[in-house]
Design a protein around this ligand. Structure first.
Ligand SMILES: *Cc1c(COP(=O)(O)O)cnc(C)c1O
Length: 472
């Protein structure tokens, strides 16, 4: 049989396939629509494969009887019925991995979120007075207690926080910012673009590597509404460089009666330098230095759900709460529940370090990582040692999320090579396994960085490896 028409004629009709016992049983166990769509898709794909084939040899031996299509249809139904958004095991070692959902939450935050998700809540209801309340009330006092800020408002993310602050404080007016701080943060968030969206006019000063106080001073005029300092997050200018400190900017703002805003980006409550990391300016320090507005993310170093937190002078924050954008950018109850529970942990910083996974992972002692790597490595050798060459090695992991970009965190990894697969093939298989494992590639090796793999995930990861080895 050589001609395409002949193959096409062999393809069954949808109705005929639906009568098959195997397909009927699929329909008993899955939504009918999903099964019918899968049948259509499989037929369509085969039709296209036949029509587009250039070489008759490609089609030789193609089995097109209705029964032959059952495995393809079953696989497709299974795939469609799986959740699209699902948990993965992060073996990259990048703690705040934006593509993998940034911070994972403390158990306390997960519990709080579930309680509010599955039941009604006092989201906008004042239980004491029995009248309408404000969603802002659930975390504002807590944020003020933790940071000594006068007021706080929380929105959907930090990009939204910056947008809201600029739109409220500087729409139609000029905002002075250093050229060295006009950064792009992953996912194409660019400070100049956000500023344009807010209606504020960007007044760039200084150069990429050097900006002096006099540059800001000379730019201040009738139209100036705000002085802005932006944390450069994912890069650092090193070498011949100069920047103006927040304190100096605050003093200049004071002379001209202009508010000063500091977009911290990551936003951290705990001084990480006491644990041997580089100093990252804390939220409390920015407020203490006199910033009128401080903005930062909930899900970077803070380790809370995705959110944008604005702290600052009461008068300014109250204006932001009333801005129409505040409604468009508002956070939902799940975020607030997770954020409140995370913030409560920070009331005792030692507890926060113990319970907030982002901090815990960054600060895990090297000896613990080594132990975990050996445990994982030994188990892998025992179960799949015949297929994989397993070695525990010293490596470097990264914080991620635009925080501490130059920080090299010493870590231990389980390195894998196999005669049966290339590193890229193995990484593909791990990603597609259940649960999915996202690893790091280095030269011809797959590395599993123990910093971001939790102890309870090790048995699951081992099972994934066993399945991969078994199918091999
Ligand atoms: C990450 C970051 C943002 C954006 O925050 P999202 O929470 O991702 O919206 C804004 N500014 C700086 C300096 C950042 O590092």
């Amino acid at each position: 049989m050589s001609n395409k028409k002949e193959y096409l004629r062999q393809l069954s009709a949808v109705d005929e396939i639906l009568q098959l016992e195997a397909i009927q049983s699929l329909i008993d166990n899955h939504p009918r629509q999903v099964v019918v769509d899968a049948v259509r898709t499989v037929l369509e794909e085969l039709r296209e494969a036949i029509l587009s084939s250039k070489d008759p040899a490609e089609l030789a031996g193609l089995e097109l009887g209705p029964e032959d299509l059952v495995p393809l249809i079953t696989d497709l139904v299974r795939e469609v019925m799986q959740p699209h958004l699902k948990r993965v095991i992060n073996a990259t070692g990048v703690v705040i991995h934006t593509n993998l959902g940034r911070s994972i939450l403390a158990p306390e935050a997960v519990d709080a979120l579930m309680a509010v998700a599955g039941g009604y809540s006092n989201l906008e209801f004042n239980l004491k007075l029995g009248e309408r309340g404000s969603r802002h009330d659930h975390v504002e006092d807590l944020l003020c207690t933790l940071t000594s800020a006068e007021a706080a408002v929380v929105v959907n993310n930090n990009a939204g926080a910056v947008l809201l602050a600029l739109a409220t404080l500087a729409s139609g007016k000029e905002v002075v910012v250093s050229r060295g701080e006009l950064v792009e943060i992953g996912g194409s968030f660019r400070i100049p673009d956000v500023m344009r969206q807010s209606g504020a006019i960007l007044r760039e000063v200084g150069t990429t590597n050097k900006t002096y106080l006099k540059d800001y001073r000379e730019a201040i005029g009738e139209e100036t509404a705000l002085l802005l300092k932006v944390h450069t997050s994912n890069f650092k200018v090193v070498g011949f460089a100069a920047e103006v400190s927040l304190e100096e900017l605050v003093a200049l703002g004071g002379e001209h009666n202009l508010p000063v805003m500091n977009d911290l980006g990551s936003g951290v409550f705990v001084d990480l330098s006491q644990y041997g990391l580089s100093h990252e300016p804390t939220v409390q320090e920015a407020l203490k230095a006199g910033a009128d507005v401080v903005t930062f993310s909930g899900d970077k170093l803070l380790g809370a759900p995705q959110a944008g937190i604005v702290l600052g002078k009461k008068e300014l924050v109250e204006k932001m709460k009333k801005h129409p954008l505040a409604r468009a950018l508002r956070v939902d109850k799940l975020t607030l529940a997770g954020l409140e529970a995370t913030l409560r942990l920070y009331l005792d910083p030692a507890l926060a370090i113990e319970r907030v996974p982002t901090l815990k992972m960054i600060l895990t002692p090297l000896a613990d990582l080594e132990k975990r790597a050996h445990r994982f490595g030994e188990e892998l050798k025992k179960k799949v040692g015949g297929i994989f060459d397993v070695k525990v090695e010293r490596e470097i992991s990264r914080v991620g999320g635009g925080a501490l970009p130059l920080e090299e965190l010493p870590t231990y990894v389980v390195g894998l090579t196999s005669a049966g697969f290339s590193a890229v093939e193995l990484a593909d298989k791990l990603r597609l396994s259940e649960p999915s494992i996202v690893a790091r590639l280095k030269e011809d090796k797959v590395l599993l960085d123990m910093r971001t793999v939790r102890d309870e995930e090790i048995p699951e990861a081992i099972s994934s490896f066993e399945r991969i080895a078994h199918l091999h």
